[in-house]
Design a protein around this ligand. Structure first.
Ligand code: GLA
Length: 384
């Protein structure tokens, strides 16, 4: 939907002009999965799709939330912070609470949201809602908060109010994305580097399993606790704050201390994935796309076998993709348990990739996949 149509919708709903239009993108992670909360290096990029937000001041102190994505409108006041709704408004409300905690008054606005990130696909539609809300409030409240702090506030909002113990990757990518670049983000320090996605002749293709994700939050939080447990055990042996401080060699030298085999595998994934990201970034900078692709494949295997966050849908899409001509690599992206894969595909092979992989997936899993060619866009911003 273009901005003029969104403005028309705003006028039809609220019978006044919007005073501002904002946008924040979703993201796709190229490599570095489930290590942002282990102090690891991740490599996401912002997409050109995301969430739009139009805003206008109200006369009272309520805030009205309307979305064009579902048939659902809610008006909330401060009581929402204690009642905590379970509907989608909890994401913007969570961010509003962060502004309250910093001493701002975020109440008294009419809001219209419209997202074009496929929902539940692991492309961070929720981070894009958080960041577009944070960017809007930062502007209308003249708060002058920098985008990295807005990302931190949005992550905290999701951890505390929504109850998903996510790391910083999604919110950082939505805040700090840059057209044509991926972000090498060190999650231990938040140091980052924009790296041009100069992939001569190749594209990043996202494939959506269209598997409805269930239990994502509880399984995600479980993985996170397993890593914390591994960290606690190893920290009794060697100085350690986070798993990704370890090289694979040092990890293997001490892995035997982790008696529980499952916890050991979870930690092994984190350590090895971090090493893969470092190598993948070197490969990309050196234009070695085949190596980048091999590391993507290895990442998928590790997420399947050691971290166990894939499932038949993601495994089929990634593993069948890996067999096709013109494909350098393919892996699940995001939290897992459904959602999307990301593949590096030769431009000339994209039509056959979509046709063949779509047909194989349908016959093996019984679901229809959707495909998108990732357009790498800019981070959260005011459009008008
Ligand atoms: C979700 C979380 C992120 C990250 C990924 C897995 O998207 O929100 O913080 O942990 O899963 O890499």
């Amino acid at each position: 939907m273009d901005i003029d149509t969104l403005k028309k919708q705003f006028r039809a709903i609220y019978e006044k002009e919007p005073q501002g239009v904002y946008f924040a993108p979703g993201r796709v992670n190229l490599i570095g999965e489930h290590i942002d909360y282990n102090g690891g290096l991740v490599f996401p990029c912002a997409l050109s799709f995301g969430t739009y937000l139009l805003v206008s001041r109200r006369k009272d102190r309520n805030t009205m939330f309307t979305t064009l994505n579902f048939d659902h409108t809610g008006t909330f006041d401060e009581c929402a912070f204690t009642k905590k709704p379970v509907t989608w408004e909890r994401y913007p409300l969570a961010v509003m609470k962060e502004f309250v905690d910093k001493g701002y008054d975020p109440w008294g606005y009419d809001l219209l949201f419209n997202g074009d990130v496929p929902g539940g696909a692991g492309l961070s539609s929720s981070a894009s809602i958080e960041l577009v809300t944070a960017t809007m409030l930062n502007d209308v409240l003249n708060a002058g908060i920098d985008p990295i702090e807005l990302a931190r506030m949005s992550q905290r909002a999701e951890n505390v109010f929504v109850g998903m113990n996510s790391g910083i990757m999604d919110q950082f990518a939505s805040a700090m994305g840059k057209t044509g670049h991926a972000i090498a983000l060190d999650c231990a320090t938040l140091d980052f580097e924009w790296i041009p996605l100069a992939m001569e002749g190749y594209s990043v293709v996202v494939a959506n399993t269209n598997k409805h994700r269930t239990l994502t939050t509880s399984k995600y939080n479980e993985r996170r606790s397993e890593c914390e447990e591994a960290t606690r055990i190893l920290a009794g042996e060697i100085p350690l704050n986070a798993l990704c401080e370890l090289t694979p060699e040092i990890f293997e030298a001490h892995a035997g201390k982790i008696a529980n085999e499952t916890i050991r595998r979870r930690a092994r994934h984190a350590v090895n994935e971090n090493a893969r990201v470092k190598e993948a970034i070197v490969a990309l900078k050196g234009n070695d796309l085949p190596r980048f692709g091999q590391l993507m494949n290895a990442s998928h295997r590790s997420l399947k076998e050691d971290y166990e966050v894939t499932g038949i849908e993601l495994d089929t899409l990634a593993e069948e993709a890996q067999k096709l001509d013109g494909v350098l690599g393919s892996r699940m992206t995001g939290g897992g348990f459904g959602g999307c894969t990301v593949s590096l595909v030769a431009n000339a092979s994209i039509p056959s990739f979509i046709a063949t992989l779509g047909a194989r997936y349908k016959s093996l899993v019984g679901l229809t996949a959707d495909f998108y060619i990732a357009n790498v866009g800019d981070g959260a911003r005011k459009l008008e």
